[in-house]
Design a protein around this ligand. Structure first.
Ligand code: SF4
Length: 415
């Protein structure tokens, strides 16, 4: 099965107050060393995959450059990443190649590299089309910048475009939110993501919200009910114009769903390179790739890893740790953990999880173990079923984290 490849570029012009990603502002002098390191990792991918116990595959059908702001790299650095990918993997015809961009960073040289390197999808981190709203969270662009970028992208032949929006930004009102939705629809982008602002410890605004403080305009953040109303209004308006809801936060015209992100939700294998990049690879049935001791390769009865279904591994989440070549953190997945993932990843999709299909893959008894959990969630109005398919209700989508927790019992980790 062809892999997805993710490259993390953790550099930004400013740190947005709501951002909980492993990205920050670094001097341009840092970029060169990072590109050297990530290219060396790409070249070593088969070795690392084997060390982690995963099945390596050179065939690739999606590439995603995220971050951070990859378009902050100079054009030669950006091009080197694409050349290294093409030299080390076999890109399938029609490979989806996405680059995340902050509006205003698409200079003529960057656009030329994207075009030359076969980039066919761009994700624009707009967040809000209301200039004052974007400014208070640290975005550097204006509404007009976004429309200029859209025109330039289309002139360069890139029409598969995503626009990110955030519901629940400080000072956001119903009227402002409707304006952002209207502009996103008017932009004719075939893919739109709508995220609800997260109040967690990983962002400055999130920490301030939890503390009940006033820094970063936290006291002007709409309450949870209003943010939920914004999200639901977004679902309704986008669905009404044919930009269909296909994942909790994602909407697309038919055929424009993100093929790369679908790999995450449907548990297809992928490799990630760079700071905080995650990978998931299948292991063979005997688990022999997990063997620390080659003698166990032919002796399945003594292999300590026999029975694992897949392996996840994550690169260090700090630039310092990544440059210092700290080892990835490895998490082998048992069949039980894989089944749990089928539920809490698959339920993110609006089409839901087909229990009959899951039973064919993992056995009826294994799936039936979740019958009581599923019944309870249905009784609470968080799940609904349609034949053998279960899916989140509207209320379930708003409380999705609580639903997913019900399916998680396994925590396996090997450093
Ligand atoms: S540009 Fe994106 S990655 Fe960078 S700080 Fe802002 S939200 Fe985070």
């Amino acid at each position: 099965m062809a892999l997805g490849v993710y490259l993390s570029v953790p550099f930004c012009r400013t740190k947005c107050s709501y951002c909980n990603f492993a990205s920050d502002v670094f001097s341009r002098a840092t970029f060169a060393g990072y590109i050297d390191r990530i290219c060396s990792d790409i070249e070593r991918a088969p070795v690392v995959a084997e060390q982690m116990g995963g099945q390596y595959e050179s065939s690739v059908d999606t590439v995603y450059l995220g971050g951070g702001t990859p378009t902050l790299l100079d054009s030669a650095q950006l091009e080197r990443l694409f050349v290294t990918i093409r030299q080390n993997f076999c890109l399938q015809p029609e490979t989806e190649i996405t680059v995340e961009c902050a509006p205003g960073t698409l200079t003529a040289p960057v656009l030329e590299v994207l075009r030359r390197c076969g980039v066919n999808r761009v994700s624009l981190g707009v967040q809000s089309f209301v200039d004052a709203e974007a400014a208070v969270v640290g975005r550097l662009h204006k509404r007009a910048t976004v429309f200029d970028d859209l025109e330039n992208l289309r002139s360069a032949g890139i029409t598969n475009i995503n626009i990110d929006l955030i519901a629940g930004l400080p000072y956001q009102t119903t009227e402002c939110w409707e304006r952002s939705l209207s502009d996103a629809i008017a932009s004719a982008a075939p893919h739109i993501s709508v995220y609800m602002l997260e109040a967690d410890e990983d962002s400055r605004l999130g920490r301030e919200l939890i503390a009940g403080g006033t820094k970063y305009h936290a006291h002007f953040v709409p309450d949870d009910d209003l943010t939920a109303d914004f999200y639901l209004a977004g679902c309704e308006r986008l669905n009404a114009v044919g930009i269909s809801h296909y994942e909790i936060s994602n909407f697309a015209r038919h055929g424009f769903e993100s093929r790369h992100n679908l790999k995450y939700w449907t548990r297809q294998p992928y490799l990630g390179f760079g700071v905080d990049a995650h990978s998931m690879l299948k292991v063979d049935r005997a688990g022999k790739n997990f063997s620390e001791d080659k003698r166990t390769e032919t002796d399945e009865t003594v292999s300590p890893w026999r029975g694992f279904e897949a392996v996840r591994f994550a690169m260090p989440d700090s630039l310092e740790g990544y440059i210092a070549v700290r080892p990835p953190k490895r998490t082998p997945l048992s069949r039980q953990a894989a089944i749990e993932e089928i539920f809490f990843l698959g339920l993110r999709l609006i089409r839901g999880v087909d229990l009959r299909q899951a039973a064919t893959q993992f056995g009826v008894d294994s799936i039936n173990e979740f019958a009581a959990t599923i019944s309870e969630l249905k009784e609470n109005g968080l799940l609904e079923s349609d034949g053998s398919v279960i899916r989140l209700t509207t209320r379930g989508r708003l409380l999705s984290n609580e639903v997913f927790e019900k399916f998680i019992t396994i925590a396996e980790s090997v450093g």
